[in-house]
Each structure stands twice: as C-alpha cells, then as structure tokens.
Write a protein that binds this ligand. Structure first.
Ligand code: ADP
Ligand code: MG
Length: 397
C-alpha cells in the first residue's frame, strides 16, 4: 500500500482523530451486532497502548442533518467500553466548544466518542468549514472506516485538507491489502465469482475484471439476462430486458479477452419465491415457462467448486441464488464451502459485498476465508477499479 499507516506515526501524547465505522444496528438503545465495533479494536487499542488520545468519530443511520436522539452513538460508546474494559467518554456533539473542552481534558490512553457526524448536513456535503472544525480536534488523523471510504464526506475526505498526517488504521490497511493485492498482484489462476440479483449493479465490476482474471463464474439473477441475450428460454427468471444489448456486448468482450466468462449450466427452479416451495433442476437456458430460476443447480455447483479449488486467488461478490430462502441457499453455500477449502489449500480468498458477507456469516464461515470485506459499497467500487476518495486523501508513504 502506498499510503502511510498508523504504524508509521508518533502517537504518544497526541490527539488522534479517528474515523471509524460504528454504523451499527440498534434495537431499543442496544447494539444488536457489534461486528463493526470489534473490527476497529486493533486500531483503538494501538492508540491507547501508545499513550495517544483516541477521539473517535462515526456516522450512524440517516438522521438527514438533524439531531435525533434515536440515532445517538451512545449505545456504541457503551458497547465499546465493554469490549475495551475501559471507560469511553461520550461527547455531547461532534463539533463545538463543549467538545473542545472534553477533548482538552483527555489524558493519554483515554477514549472519547464524538456524537453522530450526520447530525450535520455538512458532513455528507463535505463542507470545508465543518471539516475544519473536526480537524481542530486532532493532531493527526486516522481513517479506519473502509466502508465509508467510497464517499467524499467531511470526515473521510475534507478533514484531510486540514490535518496531517492522515493515515490508514489497521482495518483500512487490511481491507486495502487484501482487495488491493488480489487485484494488483494475484497468484494465478485468478478466479472471480460474481452473483447477486442484477447485471446492472455489476457491469463495472465485470468490465474491470475482464482481462484481469482467468475466469468469471457467473451465478445469481444476472445469469438469466445473459442466457436470454443468447436466445435461451428463461421462463419467469429475473430479467433486465433493457440490459440485453449490454449482456451481449459483455459476452463479446469476454470472447476477445483472455477471461472465460462462464455461465451456470443448470439452475434450481420453482413456481414462486418462497420457502417451502417444490424445486426442480433445469438447464439454465431451458427454464420451463411459468418457472423461475432461484439458484444455480448441482452440476454448476460441482463445476464452480472445481474451478475455485484449482485457483490460487478467488474474489467473490454476490450470492449464487436467493440464499435468504433455505431452498435456494445451496449454490451460495457450496461456493462458500469451496472458498473455505481453497483457503485451507493456500489460496487467497476475498469476499466483498454486503449480502455476500451476510451469507458467509449465516453459514458460519466468515472466519474461514482470507478476508471478508466490511465495506459493501466500498468493496464493490474497489472491484470496479475505482479510486476511493477516502483512500486517495490519505498521506502518501
Ligand atoms: P452483494 O450485496 O453481495 O453485492 P447483491 O446485492 O448484488 O449482492 O445481490 C444480493 C441479492 O441477490 C440477494 O438478496 C439474493 O436474494 C439475490 N439473488 C440471487 N440470485 C437471485 C436470483 N436467481 N433471482 C433473484 N434474486 C437473486
Ligand atoms: Mg447487496
């Protein structure tokens, strides 16, 4: 990574302003999933142990620029304190005199969490005055919120204009290392598994990966737009009829690139997308009329598992079927299991995308692959080959 990291800066006695992603789900004032808070612990602990003062900031939900007690970060402060086994001071706001007072009173090793950044519309507008007020709270800046790095907001981008150095925290570093290494310098064969509901969300990913990867294994709803574009029968399967030309074009591009674009030969089909329905297996280009394809079929599972096991680098984005319904979770589960096996055999395996990460969690396999990205949208933009503004803004190494 060509950006400075938290390991390269002096933290002792410093006010370290850290952008974390504490956008956690809440229920009745309690954090129901603390994964994101846990992911930030290495960075926070590092600052505490080095004798720095950790001033944490995050957004939570969509308060749309207004103060809303339901979206206070207080529950995150409570959970963080439990995880650290040390008190965490909740600041009354994220900017202003009161906050400055709280920060000035900090001792080395202490932790303060600022209140929800999105209580100010200026945050998402990347307002320079607001960014300047945030910057005043720290001597240096650490970004550990990979999941927000694809947005140029005051706390991810603007603030870096007024505070230097701006460095990557451990989570950010890990994300960039795995995603970056996979794309920039992959051990081969390099295989991408792409699924999800629609082609439209993945066009840029496919275009970016064509020519880079040895094979793209297609699953999920988008497969059927590809089949339709080739004249196949797809029944009632999800179809983006305005993307048929594009599907055709992508197939053509794949043809003339070194990448094999592989479509699922068979699919599990049903009459209706709900649990308890009868399923049968059909050739993916001969789905009977009235039926819809909701998962890849057993032959595809075998084919994809074999391709995954023969690869040295595998990037996966997008479920193979409607995995939320047990009847259609098999393809996604088989791909997840193949990734686990490949990891054990020494391959680098990276999962990106919110729903794909949720599937890994659901199957209890998230810890068994090299890396599951914490940033849904950000990891997708990374796979699209885009520069993330929150990363670009960090100080060069
Ligand atoms: P990610 O969040 O990992 O990038 P997407 O958001 O692109 O993934 O897609 C996830 C959704 O795709 C899931 O909710 C899943 O139900 C849906 N999906 C997968 N296969 C199909 C299919 N054959 N028909 C309809 N929806 C599908
Ligand atoms: Mg999604």
């Amino acid at each position: 990574m060509n950006k400075q990291t938290i390991d390269q800066v002096e933290l002792s006695g410093k006010r370290v302003l850290v952008r974390v992603d504490f956008n956690v789900p809440l229920d009745e004032g309690k954090v129901t999933d603390d994964t994101r808070i846990r992911e930030s612990l290495p960075t926070i602990k590092k600052i505490m142990q080095a004798g720095g003062k950790a001033i944490l900031m995050s957004h939570l939900g969509r308060p749309k620029g207004k103060k809303n007690p339901d979206m206070s970060l207080m529950p995150a402060a409570v959970r963080l304190a439990e995880l650290l086994g040390r008190p965490v001071t909740m600041a009354p706001d994220c900017i202003g005199d009161e906050v400055v007072k709280v920060v000035n009173a900090m001792q080395p090793g202490q932790v303060v969490l600022l209140e929800n950044l999105r209580f100010y519309a200026e945050e998402e507008k990347n307002d320079p005055e607001f960014a300047k007020k945030l910057a005043k709270l720290g001597d240096l800046y650490v970004n550990d919120a990979f999941g927000s790095a694809h947005r140029a907001h005051a706390s991810t981008e603007g603030v870096t204009q007024f505070i230097k150095p701006a460095v990557a925290g451990y989570l950010m570093q890990k994300e960039l290392e795995y995603l970056g290494k996979a794309l920039a310098n992959p051990a081969r064969p390099f295989v991408a598994v792409l699924g999800g509901s629609k082609i439209s969300g993945k066009i840029d990913v496919i275009e970016n990966l064509l020519g880079k990867v040895d094979a793209i294994l297609v699953g999920g709803g988008m497969a059927y737009t590809f089949y339709k574009a080739q004249g196949g029968e797809i029944g009632e399967s999800i179809l983006e009829s305005d993307k048929l030309d594009l599907a055709h074009e992508l197939l053509g591009k794949a043809e003339s690139s070194k990448t094999d674009l592989i479509l699922p030969p068979d699919s599990r089909v049903c009459d209706e997308l709900k649990s308890g329905v009868a399923t049968s297996v059909s050739a993916s280009d001969k789905v009977p009329s009235g039926k819809l394809a909701a998962d890849i079929g057993p032959e595809t599972e075998k084919l994809y598992a074999a391709k995954i096991l023969a690869a040295k680098t595998i990037v996966w984005n997008g479920p193979m079927g409607v995995f939320e319904i047990d009847e259609f979770a098999s393809g996604t589960r088989k791909v997840a299991e193949a990734l686990v096996q490949a990891t054990k055999a020494g391959a680098v395996t990276v999962v990106g995308g919110g729903d794909s990460a949720a599937a890994m969690e659901k199957f209890g396999l998230a810890k068994e692959v090299s890396h599951v990205s914490t940033g849904g949208g950000a990891s997708l933009e990374f796979l699209e080959g885009k520069q993330l503004p929150g990363v670009v803004a960090l100080t060069d190494a």
